[in-house]
Design a protein around this ligand. Structure first.
Ligand code: ADP
Ligand code: MG
Length: 899
């Protein structure tokens, strides 16, 4: 059977051997999974190793290198001076390939593992129990439960549907939600969009709820059929990676031009053509920062890993870098800044004084809380051991808890009332209604919600004042106020017309609920402020309640204002854009308003992170630079629209993630600093030496050795650098700020000059000066000395790059692999020069004791220059930063160690 829309519910159930009330058993589910497979789309085919190698061989630098190897092979045959050089070049090409491929693969694997944590959850009935589980575990025949905000986890035939509407635009392109009906029976040949008794994988529920039996999973679902076509999608690069690629391309161009130039002057200086062309080719390769891309990928995946450990799941890799640039965070209040653990503090009944919950309840108080309970959907389950579990939303849980604390229960009263209908709560309406049939005759309408939304009948003289006075009183103590209205009718109004039901209500009373702020919220808001990030609170709560909490956790400052949803409607986009800086709290807003807030901040050039959990938050989550959804309370729809999921729903986690993001950005800047200095120095050295007629300071093999061993391997570990917490003591980096901003360009130039100068000086001394001892002067000795200095300075440079502070302030324990790899490389380079029998392979010769001294001394100079530069830089920066901190928050601060 293929067309399940033609089958009746019972027939479908029968076919899948499924029980409507208990679902499948776990054992059966396991069996079916082995038969039908997991409910997932086929993974994109892994690129084979051969393909990977070919991909790298296509790389221009590898081609040039192989050409160079070929050239030196020709020369070896022609001149007969051995095959060592071509063999060494080819081995280095291979080493380079192995390094690139293994590192890239492990980085990709790590990212893949992390993104698979993101698989959505669904509600399933198994063994008679409702369970939340990963959608991948679903099998045909499973009973799934759909509710507002669910993503349909597989193709399924509906069994029950209540006002169920599903957005199928992802599948059919139809933007209007389709109204589902389990009871329909259709005849053959119905297109997808009209199969109203079916739901399809990947679509989402926009209203109502339902139960369905799974008919098709994985590649057998309608979405799976499309996924087959989409499978060969390209890997998407983050904006940063794309910009970096441009940087790398321009450096490659410079390298190639420099190489041609070198070839030209070499020939003019009378060097042999073959020598020069091999050299030029090698230079072109050496100067290309091949590892840049790799280190960026490694940094990003390291960042994602660190974020997961701090409860932030990254769904889109580009969020890592955008988070680091975040300058405004718009956060929900309830559950994110507060604990979402409500409890009732106070009650009020018209005509009486406010009443604390700890006082002895009279009849009227008992009646009020009972009626609130009647107007709630929360349910209470008594366990055998006498403990009680309440299920429902936090507001209603608080009501039920108080009810039971006072020795009352809903049961005793439900005998008198029978539930006939409900108008559900929504963030737009901010109220909900329950309609009950009274055994004694007639109907009781109970509406609970925000006082300002409740359609109350006209108050008696003076009453209105009393009500709003109590409301202000409660809200001023940061209590969330909930009002209850009721009306008795003889005839049941049509449930289709909410405005007919919810009118002329009599006010029963108010309750004030406390939802304590999360203890870490105030600290996190403070951290954000120090980091130049503005926190904005967005809530459906009343302005007074919201501002009381916002003031407590430091969001609402002295000159900042609260804007209500109503006021927001009345101001134009231009005004909002102009005044957006004044508003720190948005109260009584609907999710739809969020998008205006996001856009107004963005108009001002800010990078905005926005939180959300409901279906209606989706547009704002998408519009924000970083959309953040709630792992615990968020709907699947919101999660799938977001860039990052907070697994603990905690505001403080956002700040941790921002700090991680900044660390990644800083490490990438360090990488650029590191690679650019090393590569450009090489170009400068070769060119200057040729122009001066000093010959060739480092041979092709030496260049390659320095690049692969000196820069390549230790450089990889830069992605693991951890910056100190002061990274969060400066303003966010602007969206379009270049990589080389903030003084990076000037230190690159300074270090390039220093590094090239010492190598040239070392080479000159060893080639032309007579030093005591029996070595040299000769070009061979000069080359060995130049090689040592170039290698050593490159490695020492890594330490300079690690921190903006003195290298002595950075402990070695922070990043042991950097230490191990650099020590190893320094030793290897020394070994090659010290042991001529091995060094011979790489054109290296033995050098004298004084040469060693000269090399060591010169190698230290760039680091010393950098240290002096840092000293001066930090002096002025301390002043600047003090001023900055003075502006933001009176706090003494020093320069942090990141770039
Ligand atoms: P927030 O943005 O803080 O999460 P909500 O949208 O949850 O705010 O709630 C907004 C308002 O709706 C509350 O101030 C309260 O008056 C009302 N409200 C919240 N929960 C319920 C509920 N379960 N039943 C009735 N009214 C509610
Ligand atoms: Mg809410």
């Amino acid at each position: 059977m293929e067309n399940w829309y033609e089958a009746s519910v019972s027939k479908t159930l029968e076919h899948f051997n499924a029980n409507e009330n208990t679902g499948l058993s776990e054992i059966e589910a396991v069996n079916r999974q082995t038969k039908y497979g997991r409910n997932e789309f086929d993974k994109q085919e892994k690129t084979s190793l051969i393909k990977d190698i070919l991909h790298h061989l296509k790389d221009i630098s590898t081609i040039i290198l192989l050409l160079a190897a070929l050239l030196s092979l020709c020369m070896a045959i022609k001149d007969g001076h051995g095959f060592i050089e071509p063999v060494v070049i080819v081995s280095i090409v291979i080493l380079n390939l192995v390094l690139a491929i293994t590192q890239e693969r492990s980085a990709e694997k790590a990212l893949e593992a992390l993104t698979s944590l993101n698989s959505p959850d669904c509600l399933v009935l198994r063994d008679g129990v409702q369970k939340e589980m990963s959608t991948e575990e679903l099998v045909p025949g499973d009973m799934i439960l759909l509710q507002l905000g669910s993503i349909v986890p597989a193709d399924a035939r509906l069994i029950i549907s209540t006002n169920l509407q599903v957005d199928e635009s992802a599948l059919t392109g139809e933007s209007e939600p389709s109204e589902k009906n389990a009871d329909l029976l259709l005849q053959g040949g119905v297109p997808l969009g009209d199969q109203l008794n079916m739901v399809f994988s990947g679509c989402h529920v926009t209203s109502g709820h339902g139960v369905a039996v799974v008919t098709g999973t994985g590649m057998h679902s309608e979405m799976g059929k499309i996924a087959g076509y989409l499978n060969n999608s390209q890997k998407i690069k983050t904006p940063l990676q794309r910009r970096l690629e441009k940087v790398a391309k321009s450096i490659s161009m410079i390298a190639i031009i420099a190489a041609l130039f070198l070839l030209l002057i070499g020939l003019l200086q009378g060097e042999s053509f073959w020598t020069m062309i091999t050299l030029a080719a090698t230079l072109a390769v050496a100067a290309v920062p091949e590892t840049l891309n790799l280190i960026v990928t490694l940094s990003l995946s390291q960042g994602v890993k660190n974020m997961v450990n701090k409860n932030a799941l990254i769904r889109k890799i580009s969020a890592v870098e955008t988070l680091g640039n975040t300058s405004v965070i718009c956060s929900d209040k309830t559950g994110t800044l507060t604990q979402n653990r409500m409890s009732i503090e106070k009650l009020w009944i018209p005509g009486e004084d406010p009443f604390g919950v700890n006082e002895e309840f009279g009849e009227r108080e008992k009646e009020l809380i009972t009626r609130f309970a009647l107007a709630s959907n929360a349910t209470v389950q008594m366990e055998e051991d006498g403990t009680m579990t309440i299920m429902g939303n936090p507001t209603e849980k608080a009501i039920m808890r108080l009810l039971h604390d006072k020795g009352l229960s809903k049961k005793s009263i439900t005998e008198q009332y029978r539930l006939v209908g409900e108008i559900p709560f929504s963030s737009e309406r901010k109220m909900m209604t329950i309609v009950l049939e009274d055994v004694a005759g007639g109907y009781l309408i109970l509406t609970k919600g925000a006082l300002d939304r409740l359609p109350l009948n006209a108050f008696d003289e003076g009453m209105e004042k009393a009500v709003s006075h109590v409301h202000e009183l409660f809200a001023g103590e940061a209590l969330r106020v909930l009002a209850l209205g009721f009306r008795h009718v003889d005839e049941l109004p049509s449930m289709d017309k909410p405005e007919e039901i919810e009118r002329d209500l009599h006010l029963c009373g108010l309750i004030g609920l406390i939802d304590p702020a999360r203890p870490e919220a105030a600290v996190a808001v403070e951290r954000a402020k120090m980091a130049g990030i503005r926190t904005v609170m967005i809530t459906g709560d009343h302005a007074v309640t919201a501002s009381a909490i916002a003031r407590n956790i430091g969001i609402l400052g002295e000159n900042e204002k609260v804007l209500t949803g109503q006021q927001l409607k009345d101001i134009s986009d231009e005004e909002l854009c102009r005044d957006i800086h004044h508003y720190s709290v948005y109260a009584r807003v609907s999710p739809e308003d969020k998008i205006r807030i996001v856009e107004a901040w963005q108009e001002n050039g800010e990078v905005v992170s926005m939180t959300g959990d409901g279906v209606n938050d989706t547009p704002a989550l998408k519009a924000a630079d970083v959309g953040i959804s709630m792992g615990r309370t968020g709907t699947e729809v919101a999660k799938s629209a977001s860039d990052m999921v907070l697994t603990d729903d905690n505001f403080a986690t956002i700040i941790d993630a921002v700090s991680e993001g900044r660390n990644v950005y800083s490490n990438i800047r360090k990488t650029i600093y590191f690679l650019l200095v090393c590569n450009i120095s090489e170009i400068v050295i070769m060119l200057v030496a040729q122009l001066k007629g000093w010959g060739i300071p480092v041979t092709p093999i030496m260049l390659l050795l320095v690049n692969v061993l000196g820069d390549g391997i230790p450089g990889l570990y830069l992605s693991r650098e951890r910056s100190d917490p002061r990274l969060m003591d400066r303003e966010p980096i602007r969206r379009n700020e270049g990589f080389l901003s903030g003084g990076l360009l000037s230190v690159i130039i300074q270090q390039t000059i220093a590094c090239s100068a010492v190598v040239l000086v070392g080479y000159y001394i060893a080639t032309f000066w007579v030093l005591p001892g029996n070595m040299g002067p000769s070009q061979a000795v000069g080359q060995s000395v130049a090689f040592l200095i170039l290698g050593w300075t490159s490695i020492l440079h890594l330490y300079t790059v690690r921190s903006r502070q003195s290298i002595f302030k950075r402990t070695l324990r922070d990043n042991p692999p950097v230490v191990y790899s650099t020590v190893a490389m320094i030793a290897i380079f020394s070994f090659l020069v010290a042991v001529p029998s091995v060094g011979k392979i790489f054109n290296l010769t033995a050098i004298g004791g004084y040469h060693w001294l000269v090399a060591a001394g010169l190698s230290l100079i760039p680091t010393i220059v950098a240290e002096i530069g840092k000293l001066i830089d930090n002096q002025t920066n301390i002043r600047e930063y003090r001023e900055y901190k003075h502006r933001v928050i009176r706090h003494k601060i020093r320069r942090d160690d990141s770039f």
